[in-house]
Design a protein around this ligand. Structure first.
Ligand SMILES: [Zn+2]
Length: 120
């Protein structure tokens, strides 16, 4: 699945946790959101898909999303807790690709995958 789609789903799912985080802000909400987005990443990678954009465009779009979120926070359009929630979902959505397709490739371990859905 495209990285920008994982990032957008990560940010979008954070809206489901917004009320819970506002009522009772605890760190475990961010960890649960991150874990949910790692699982969603696996489900989305298993669904048959294509990559219509070149990878540099896809990665560029994905990397620009936190910039917009943080700029909205500075403009007071978003609350700080919402931005932290969205960044947590964003990180969870991208984490499997960062580890398997980024870190392991840089370390020369491109054949090894931590997340099993990347073998398929
Ligand atoms: Zn992936």
């Amino acid at each position: 699945m495209m990285v920008s789609i994982h990032a957008a789903v990560g940010i979008g799912t954070s809206l489901l946790f917004r009320k819970k985080a506002a009522d009772k802000p605890e760190k475990k909400i961010y960890i649960i959101l991150l874990a949910c987005n790692v699982a969603l990443h696996g489900i989305m990678d298993l669904i048959p898909h294509s990559h219509p954009l070149p990878s540099y465009v896809d990665i560029g779009i994905a990397l620009s999303m936190p910039t917009f979120l943080i700029s909205f926070a500075f403009m007071k359009k978003l609350k700080r807790i919402d931005v932290i929630l969205m960044l947590s979902g964003y990180t969870g959505g991208l984490l499997p690709d960062i580890i398997d397709l980024g870190v392991f490739r840089v370390l020369g371990l491109g054949a090894f995958k931590f997340f099993p859905w990347h073998y398929i």
